[in-house]
Every structure is written in structure tokens, then in C-alpha cells.
Design a binder for this molecule. Structure first.
Ligand code: SF4
Ligand code: SF4
Length: 192
């Protein structure tokens, strides 16, 4: 996908999630507040993708190209008795590609000096749709992508996630910092 096509795909997704037909990044971004806060959310825990962030989650090779960068991991949590696998950015405390949801803080490896190193539309939806409300108080910022919705979305893709988990179990991928500029292109399947 070209940057424009991918941006439009994400805008459709964000408009669908928020129920706001006019949603765009100005609806949530507040650089002044986030700069003062210095990224409390990203320093606490890496944010989670929606399965619809990907161009085609059914394409195993494409999903491998994303996980092979070393910047993203497969993680899981329990909803009642059900184990739900999902993909999120990697944290400084994560080791393998399959990473437990360990105790916080687990600062995101994509947090740079000027905030997230991914552009707004390539970031995981949970982070992109976190609306700043208060500096230094991550809990006060508003999740426009709810955990209920996130769980419902990932539940539909557990078969694909189990296949990826089986492949990556016990594998490690070290992020190549020299290739960080390629991440957005890999996510939007612009360079495989
Ligand atoms: S915790 Fe809230 S205010 Fe702070 S960087 Fe994150 S979104 Fe911005
Ligand atoms: S991917 Fe970006 S927005 Fe999400 S936690 Fe990491 S630095 Fe923050």
C-alpha cells in the first residue's frame, strides 16, 4: 500500500472505532500535553495493534516480515478463562518474539527523544487512539479504542495468532536500529 492508501485504511478504521465520521489525527493529538508529560503511557507499557492495522493478517509471510523486525512481539492476556494472543510493540523487558505481559513498567522500545518513532497512522491503534487528557497521569488519558473492542477484534484472529505463536515460540529477533526507518513501509506492505 502507498502511504496515502494506508492512511485512508487507518482513517476508516479510526472512524469506525470512534463512531466519528470526521475523525482525523487532530481529533486526538495534543503535542503540548504529551511533550510536558514526556510519554508516561509509552514508558509504562508498549501499545497494542488492532488486527485491522495490518494489510492482511491472513498472510503469514507478511506477518513474519513485521515480527522479524524485532520491534514487535506476540503477547497474550486472559479474558475470563480464555487466553487471547495479540501483537504489540516490544518493551525493554521483553526477550523473545513471544513475550509475556510482564509487570509494568515495560518501556516501549519505539519511544524516541521526540515521542513515538512511528508516524501517527502506522502506530498501533491502542496508542494512536489514546487521547491526552492530563500530563503525568496516564490513567487520566482517554482510551478511544476500548479493551472490550480490542478483545472482540483479536478473538476473531486467534487461529492466525496460534500459527504465528507456534512459529516464534523460543525464537528471538533483535531490532536492527539501522533499519528503523523501514518499519512503516514494512507495516503497510510497501517493502517486503
Ligand atoms: S500519558 Fe497521555 S498525556 Fe502522557 S504522553 Fe501518553 S497520551 Fe500524552
Ligand atoms: S508504539 Fe509508539 S505510541 Fe505505542 S507505546 Fe511505543 S512509542 Fe508509544
Amino acid at each position: 500500500m502507498t502511504p496515502e492508501e494506508y492512511k485512508n485504511k487507518k482513517l476508516d478504521l479510526y472512524r469506525n472505532i470512534t463512531g466519528d465520521p470526521n475523525f482525523d489525527k487532530e481529533s486526538v493529538l495534543n503535542d503540548e500535553l504529551c511533550e510536558r508529560c514526556e510519554g508516561a503511557c509509552c514508558k509504562t507499557f508498549p501499545c497494542t495493534f488492532s488486527p485491522y492495522d495490518f494489510v492482511d493478517i491472513d498472510d503469514f509471510e507478511y506477518m513474519k516480515s513485521i515480527l522479524d523486525t524485532g520491534y514487535f512481539v506476540i503477547s497474550y492476556y486472559y479474558e475470563e478463562d480464555e487466553c487471547i494472543y495479540y501483537i504489540r510493540a516490544k518493551g525493554l523487558n521483553d526477550r523473545g518474539v513471544v513475550a509475556k505481559s510482564k509487570a509494568k513498567p515495560n518501556e516501549c522500545i519505539l519511544l524516541g527523544e521526540k515521542g513515538c518513532q512511528l508516524d501517527f497512522y502506522s502506530r498501533p491503534t491502542l496508542g494512536a487512539l489514546l487521547e491526552p487528557k492530563s500530563n503525568k497521569l496516564f490513567m487520566c488519558c482517554k482510551h478511544r479504542y476500548s479493551m472490550d473492542q480490542l478483545t472482540k477484534d483479536w478473538l476473531k484472529y486467534q487461529q492466525q495468532m496460534l500459527k504465528l505463536k507456534k512459529y516464534y515460540l523460543f525464537k528471538k529477533r533483535v531490532p536492527n536500529k539501522g533499519k528503523i526507518y523501514k518499519l512503516e513501509r514494512i507495516i503497510r506492505q510497501d517493502e517486503i
